[in-house]
Design a protein around this ligand. Structure first.
Ligand SMILES: Nc1ncnc2c1ncn2[C@@H]1O[C@H](COP(=O)(O)OP(=O)(O)O)[C@@H](O)[C@H]1O
Ligand SMILES: [Mg+2]
Length: 384
């Protein structure tokens, strides 16, 4: 998925790669099924609206046009070419035979894995990684077990807690019969679908301040999302994204990117809601603005980076990851979630953090590729 944390400032096309990198063939695999209705199918609701600031009721900060996913993949492909790789970009179009044939036919050194779902289901992401594993095909990013664990927020939180890593207090409700008012959590609370991502099911109404609203929202999540409801203490405060690059001894946290909520209207909570992430015509989209490096006391930066390193190690992410955190008014940090294989579009949190660390976009992608290649070389020598 491509979110709006994408800006159009283009990267430099300098080619500073070595001849070794030049020979590496990278298969850039993604799954993109365009979903926008064709012109004839448009309903009156889809008709163009008046896009002036006056009509919108706010001044847009980002472009109002969505950048097509194809364009984002093309940008990543170009950056990999600029980094010196031979790139074979391929849209698997939700068809396993296509993926299978492509990998069987081509001489590929490493897969750059951007497949985030299959058959419209994010929980299939892990199976795609399993397929590379079975083929013994080197690939970038997290292994299946990490993708599975991080998809399940309550499970991931349980692992974080087992390592004494701070995450908001929570309970999980599996069916309404289990719902209880005796939960010991402090309001306000936020109710989230337990296994969604991309802010699915997270909107203003997710934050509740009474038992009545908590019950109604929990019921809504169970019924509409057909999955467990995670009820968490709501952490009022700042939102930080900490990117982690590399593995083992070369694993490192990058400068912190913050999502600022300046100018968010009073009636909206300061969260990265579904609307804030995906709806360019919603005011929240234009009031969730990344800023990097975040202006934080040095000790807080250090602590957030340490937590991110430990959290990604605990969940077993590889090559690159992003840890979402909130910081309350006392400066206490809470891990909301660990994102293995986070969105890599230019202008996203991780790309900004890399830039603040002196890595251009193409260098960031190159680092990820080399990190995956290194692992496969090590595995080969281990088995010798
Ligand atoms: N406990 C919480 N306290 C405050 N804000 C939260 C909390 N949980 C989620 N949010 C808000 O909702 C957004 C999405 O939640 P997150 O758990 O990161 O799920 P997703 O996988 O959809 O990104 C966060 O970026 C944050 O703004
Ligand atoms: Mg998140």
């Amino acid at each position: 998925m491509i979110s709006h944390f994408t800006v159009s400032d283009s990267h430099s096309a300098l080619n500073t790669s070595t001849s070794l990198a030049r020979q590496t063939v990278v298969a850039l695999l993604y799954n993109d099924i365009p979903s926008s209705p064709s012109a004839e199918d448009r309903t009156p609701e889809d008709a163009p609206v008046d896009l002036t600031a006056e009509a919108l009721g706010f001044t847009p900060y980002f472009d109002l046009e969505d950048i097509p996913a194809e364009q984002e993949y093309a940008n990543i492909e170009q950056a990999l070419v600029d980094a010196g790789y031979k790139v074979a970009a391929y849209n698997v179009k939700d068809r396993f035979e296509r993926l299978f044939k492509f990998l069987a036919r081509r001489k590929i050194d490493v897969v750059f894995n951007l497949v985030e779902f299959f058959h419209g289901r994010p929980e299939q992401e892990m199976h795609v990684a399993s397929f590379y594993e079975l083929l013994e095909m080197p690939y970038t990013g997290a292994p299946p077990i990490t993708l599975a664990l991080c998809q399940d927020k309550p499970l991931a939180k349980a692992i974080l807690r087992s390592r004494d890593l701070p995450t908001p207090r929570s309970i999980t409700i599996r069916k309404m019969d289990d719902f209880t008012s005796r939960h010991n959590l402090h309001y306000p609370l936020i109710v989230k679908p337990a296994c969604e991502d991309g802010s699915g099911g997270i909107e203003n109404a997710s934050i509740v301040r009474s038992l009545k609203d908590l019950k109604a929202r929990t019921e809504f999540v169970l019924e509409d999302f057909k999955m467990d409801a995670l009820i968490e203490e709501y952490i009022e405060g700042r939102e930080l994204n900490v990117a982690v690059l590399g593995n083992g001894a070369v694993r490192r946290a990058l400068p912190i990117s913050e999502i600022t909520f300046e100018g968010m209207p009073e009636h909206l909570y300061k969260i990265v809601s579904y609307q804030a992430k995906w709806d360019p015509l919603h005011e929240a989209y234009h009031k969730t603005i990344p800023s990097c490096p975040a202006d934080l006391p040095a000790a807080t930066t250090k602590r957030a980076q340490e937590l991110a390193m430990k959290a990604t190690e605990a969940l077993g992410t590889r090559d690159y990851a992003r840890v979402d955190m909130r910081m309350n008014k006392d400066g206490e940090l809470f891990i909301l979630e660990v994102n293995p294989n986070p969105n890599l579009s230019e202008g996203t949190g991780i790309a900004r953090s890399a830039e603040a660390a002196g890595l251009e976009f193409k260098d960031l992608l190159g680092t990820i590729v080399e990190s995956a290649m290194m692992r496969s070389k090590r595995n080969l020598s281990d088995s010798n």
